[in-house]
Design a protein around this ligand. Structure first.
Ligand code: NAG
Length: 375
């Protein structure tokens, strides 16, 4: 029977099932809710104007906002107003030449979001292998481990300290009860939260054209009540967003997650994060495959969407699988990783010639940014 929501990593060397071991978010030892009201700042309005120079240490803006000076373009937020330093523009930039202020929230001392400490898409480990199998800790520091009131819910990707992008089908049930959803960052072993941070979700924004029957426009933005602290020691970073409409067809990209290692094995979340390399294929290739009568036949164009979806994989035992939903498919661009897709569905997992279907994130960048800026 065709399963629409089949998402997950099939790795040739299957790992042992860890069902029953528990994982963060389940049981009584669940995460403490983070207290406090919403944070101002990222995403809610433009950055404040910088105030005077601090005489020593970290400077403080006139509105009480803090900032750190970072090389231009490296502040880990796309809402930052990059003030290019030109001779006529010196006074607006409180930082030394070649640097820009990276603002943090007004009421928090220091740099609670770790802004400027990392560059988007940069791994926080010296990764020695992209071979299929277990990942190395820190190889996918943008990967979010999402829980709901019943435990592990799915995966997602951190795009700035306050926002996670995921598949709508993983969070839509809690659209009106966002605080039922929590996000862990910095997780590698799903049974070990010692290095992880946990944040409660304060708003779920589902794409307005999301269709739960066809899974078209299967994308959502989660706004967090408090920011995650980016940083090397936390193993937490953002992935880069692509440009609107950017194509990754023909590239070999990586998908990572804690999903099932085999279709219906029911072993998700697996204990340790896994990774698999998959080629992104032309839409026509994918459609031709799914149009076969043993797959979707004449229902192919109900499910497959040439604009909102991309396909990757098609190689035996190299695929995402059930419970990998929302997991990011990332492609290297000059050594940094950009989000190309989010795991949404497939038919079975890891069957040769049957592709994994992903939300075509580059087609939603404008929507993501508008949502972040108005959430
Ligand atoms: C929690 O997430 C799981 C996995 O995605 C899902 O099966 C379950 O229905 C969700 N629970 C609620 C109450 O949304």
């Amino acid at each position: 029977m065709f399963s629409k929501v089949c998402v997950f990593l099939v790795i040739a060397s299957a790992v042992n099932s860890v069902a029953g071991q528990g994982f963060p978010g389940s049981g009584s030892a669940g995460p403490p809710p983070t207290s406090g009201g919403g944070n101002p700042g990222i995403g809610t309005s433009g950055p404040p104007s910088g105030g005077g120079f601090g005489s020593a240490g970290r400077p403080t803006g006139s509105g009480g906002q803090n900032y750190v000076c970072v090389p231009i373009g490296t502040c880990s937020s796309f809402t930052i107003d990059v003030r290019i330093v030109t001779p006529g523009n010196q006074q607006q930039n409180p930082c030394p030449a070649g640097q820009e202020p990276c603002y943090t929230t007004g009421n928090n001392p220091g740099n609670p979001c770790g802004l400027g400490t990392t560059q988007c898409g940069t791994r926080l480990a010296s990764v020695t292998s992209n071979a299929d199998g277990f990942s190395q800790r820190g190889a996918f520091p943008w990967q979010a481990f999402i829980v709901n009131q019943t435990g592990y819910a799915g995966s997602g990707v951190l795009i700035d300290p306050y926002h996670v992008v995921t598949a709508a089908h993983k969070v839509v049930q809690n659209q009106n009860n966002p605080r039922n959803i929590g996000v862990y960052m910095g997780i590698w072993e799903s049974t070990d939260v010692s290095t992880a941070q946990y944040r409660v979700v304060s708003r779920v924004s589902i794409h307005p054209q999301y269709n739960s029957a066809s899974l078209r426009n299967d994308i959502a933005v989660l706004r967090l009540e408090n920011c995650f602290t980016l940083g090397q020691s936390n193993y937490i970073n953002t992935a880069c967003l692509p440009t609107q409409g950017q194509s990754f067809v023909g590239q070999n990209c990586l998908v990572s997650g804690w999903g099932e290692t085999s279709f219906r094995l029911n072993d998700a979340p697996t204990m340790r994060q896994k990774q698999v390399t998959v080629p992104i294929v032309p839409y026509a290739t994918c459609r031709a495959s799914y149009a076969q009568s043993n797959l979707l036949g004449n229902r192919v164009d109900f499910y497959l969407d040439s604009v909102g979806e991309i396909c990757a994989g098609g190689q035996s035992m190299r695929d995402a699988c059930t419970q990998d939903g929302g997991a990011p498919l990332v492609c290297p661009v000059n050594g940094r990783y950009t989000v190309a897709g989010l795991v949404i569905w497939g038919k079975g997992c890891g069957a040769p010639g049957v592709y994994g279907v992903y939300t075509n994130v580059p087609n939603y960048v404008n929507w993501i940014q508008n949502t972040v800026n108005t959430q």
